[in-house]
Structures are given as C-alpha cells and as structure tokens.
Design a protein around this ligand. Structure first.
Ligand code: GLN
Length: 191
C-alpha cells in the first residue's frame, strides 16, 4: 500500500520512517497530481501558515478535498490545524475535513512544549503512549460528527471524523506507529 506524506514543509521525514516500519510505502507528495498514486495522506507538523501558503500556490485545496472524500487523511499538529473546520485566532484557509475549531499554539509557546502520557482505546485495546506537544494547537470546540478518541486536561487531543484522524501531538517523533496503523491499515475495520 502507498500512502502520501505532504512534503511541502515541516517534519514529514519522520512520518516516512513510521510508515515504513509498518510495511507501508511512503510517497512524498509535492504536487496535487501525486495524490492519484496514493490511498491515504499524512499532513505533518510544521508551520501551518507557511504550509497553507504553499498549498495555495501549488493548487492543493480542491484536489485534496476531493481526495479526502474517498481516502483517509491523517494530520498531526499543524496538519490538524489544516484539516480543521476553522482556525479561531489566525486568518488561515483550512480544509474543513474535521469538524473542529482550533487555536494555534493553544498550549503556549515553545517553552511550554512537553511530553505527557496519553491513554486511549482502539479496537478494544488499551494503549498508553508518550505525547510530544510542540507549540501544539488546542481543539476549542467540535461538532457532533467528531468522535473523541483521547483527551488530556479535558481537551480532545485525538479526534476522528469518518475516515480522517487528527491529533494535536507528534507520535512520529516518538516512533509510535499505532495511530498510522489504525487509520491506514485498519481503515476498513474501524469505521
Ligand atoms: N505552532 C505550529 C502552527 O501553528 C504547529 C506546530 C507543530 O506542528 N509542531 O502551525
């Protein structure tokens, strides 16, 4: 199976390693036509404003939205911001794939970045993984279509909507593959 990793900006390389570790071939996507060759897409962490400017310049918005009608999209950190319905603090065009409103850097600045234990359940299995928050977005509200898979401090941090997944931290930095596996390999069984 080939999964795309949006490689316009940010930390996409770590996602390549995690995908390879679970037997998926990562394809770095830099042009919209490259979406034709993949069956899912990771939008990595980075700088959401820069990524959105580059996405606009390369004409990614419409092709990515129609790709998302058929295939799973998984966003981490800045990727979650780009997948959201609305960004409350910045003029930023988001894709509207997850019915959440987010605040950029909602947990504070770089100095407040930290790693905490995250507990959640997937397909009747319990997991505890490290969650690295790096100038992470905070989900400030969400709609009925959203399934919250994990919370921290009463705030959702892993959310799902149809076949899409958004998380505010960075499992790829801690070599955690369970969420990639869940959304891309388990996608047919976890609806
Ligand atoms: N703070 C960044 C932004 O707003 C996201 C940080 C990250 O992806 N680690 O775009």
């Amino acid at each position: 199976m080939k999964i795309g990793v949006l490689a316009l900006q940010g930390n996409y390389k770590m996602h390549n390693y995690v995908l390879e570790s679970i037997g998926i071939k990562p394809v770095n996507v830099r042009y919209p036509y490259e979406l034709d060759n993949v069956e899912g897409l990771v939008i990595p962490g980075g700088e959401s404003t820069t990524m959105s400017i580059l996405m606009n310049r390369m004409g990614f918005y419409k092709p990515l939205q129609s790709f998302a009608n058929d295939y799973p999209v998984f966003g981490t950190c800045a990727g979650l911001i780009l997948m959201s319905e609305k960004v409350v603090d910045t003029e930023l065009e988001s894709l509207g794939l997850l019915d959440v409103q987010v605040e950029r850097n909602g947990y504070g600045r770089q100095i407040n970045s930290n790693t905490v234990d995250i507990e959640f359940e997937l397909n009747n299995m319990n997991y505890t993984i490290p969650g690295s928050f790096i100038r992470a977005p905070k989900i400030v509200s969400y709609g009925d279509s959203i399934k919250v898979l994990a919370m921290s401090d009463e705030t959702p941090i892993i959310v799902k909507n149809k076949q899409h997944l958004g998380i505010s931290f960075h499992p790829e930095l801690d070599n955690i593959s369970i969420l990639h596996e869940y959304i891309f390999i388990g996608a047919t069984t976890n609806k």
